[in-house]
Write a protein that binds this ligand. Sequence first.
Ligand SMILES: [Zn+2]
Length: 643
Amino acid sequence: MKPRRMLDIAPRLIVFAATLLLLAPTTAVAQEEGPGWKTRSPFRPLNLPAANTLRTGAGRPGPDYWQQKVDYRIDVSLDPTNQLLTGSETIRYTNNSPHALSTLWLKLDANLCNPDSEARVLEVPPLLFGDSVFDFTCSDGTGISLDRVAAGDRELEHEVMGTIARVDLPHPVPPGGRTEIEIDWRMTLPEYGYGRMGRDGTLYQVAQWYPRVAVYDDVSGWNLTPFLGAGEFYQEYGSFQVALTVPDNFVVTATGTIQNPDAVLTDEQQARLARADGSEDAVAVITGSEARSNRDRRASGSKTWRFAAENVRDFAFAMAPDFRWDASSYNGIRIQTFYRPEATLWEEANRMSWVTIQHFSERLYPYPWPHATTVEGPNDGMEYPMLTFVPTETTREGLYWVLTHEFGHEWYPMIVNTNERLHPWMDEGFNTFIDIESVEVYFEGEPYADAISVQPLELWADHSVPGTEQAMALSPDQQHDLFWAAYFKPALMLHTLQYEILGKERFDRAFSEYTHAWAFKHPTPADFFRFMEDASGMDLDWFWRGWVYSTARLDQAIGGVETTDDGVTEIRLESRGDMVMPAELRIEYGDGTSETLKLPVEMWKLGPEYAYRVPAGREVTGAQLDPREVYPDDDRANNAWSR
Ligand SMILES: [Zn+2]
């Protein structure tokens, strides 16, 4: 889902607060330990699930790691007069777990729209999200009605429970075994689909449209957390063969590759696509004037578009009669943009997409699918494999921000497949973090690039409110400020880890290795923590505790400066909050020189006070903590001392 547009970025007000502190008495001050430091030191090990042969203590998939595979063959038709989807599907389920399974659980997320859904019954209030409001009441859809669930000739017992359904299998699927079930269903598409899908006139952005099998994993068994709207999705990988029948005046794009181009595209369009496949610059497959004249074409019948996709965790599609369609190629990947003729800002969107896909491919993991496509439309921003929905937007900056964000989701969670419904910071947060660098690349030399990098720290001041802030480890349904806890606080956390704790090179290498190690798998938070510690060579339990599992606050302070009888000057540093961080200390000397020291976080291991000793013979005239003001320090007034 999208984060707030980031345009209103005021220059950060930098306040130098130089506070004169009284000299402390020259007698040695007992090192007082902060409350609980003796038994609840911030350096105590995190209480993580025990490592095993599936998930190792080094944070990697173990030799016994397994996950299920779910393949779909779907025939579906969309009647735009009645907004009705009618489908039948065959699900082939491969049980790679060591357990026999006698039931399959289905996800029917579109049932959020049903009157008896948890979200409707509880009248879940709209999610306020920056400038946007996400209303999950979804009054005009019908959800998914299951008309028939069967295995061959045999009807299967099943029960729908809100956004999930249980299907009893005729025989348990043994470990290593397979089963196939068939489902016929109907669904009326909502105009506004809870911020994840929808339509605007004749433009459709369709998702959560077919019965999907829930994830069965080694961590939780079946993952059946109900869909309340704020939490997103968790899916198995598999292949899709989808035949989508729509009126023949529509142009369709989807997850997957078109299997029958001769039947659905003109010769001219195919020739233009072939040209685009050899071009880094956008080629118009459907021009603006063609799109405008297509708008007036009436359907004379229907057309079936056939798509196939391998190794994806979901399938979405979009369609309209009047799409403009631009295409280019990056490294053999077709980069596609679909937009209405009025959305003129989108003429740059193909270039933006190209740069985005190249940047993330080089930085994180090579883009693994044959196309990367984004569709302009009513949705505020949403991501599916190979396909993203992005709003029209009114500025280049706004368009790039949402476009790169939705494409960033191709890496997290489409490639690194976490449980978004439980751990939004590993999905939206990782993504917001990588998006910032993507903006810096595209807008290099422009004000937006400079403004974006300090945005998370600026937002900290507004959103990190003591007493109301919630730990980012909580699920989205529990978050009052999802914008902060799931998007920008994790971005600030990773940026701090990258630049202030590990250093860029050490961090980037570990983060890319994590992405490779868990590509097309299901990592948990513990796997990420362990991996980053193992790959970077640094114990980071104290870091994850402060940032992920608590709302700990940082307040570094200079408690006093004193010169002992032997001429040594002690600068007494204090960690007054319950978050610890390394310290950066700038010291000014009487001879006019100065130096900046990086003190590792281990300085706080014996307690929240640390005396930095300046050898005899050097007169200290000033000292300042965090002189670059890169930390979210609660009280900057106590960061500086001068004689
Ligand atoms: Zn998102």
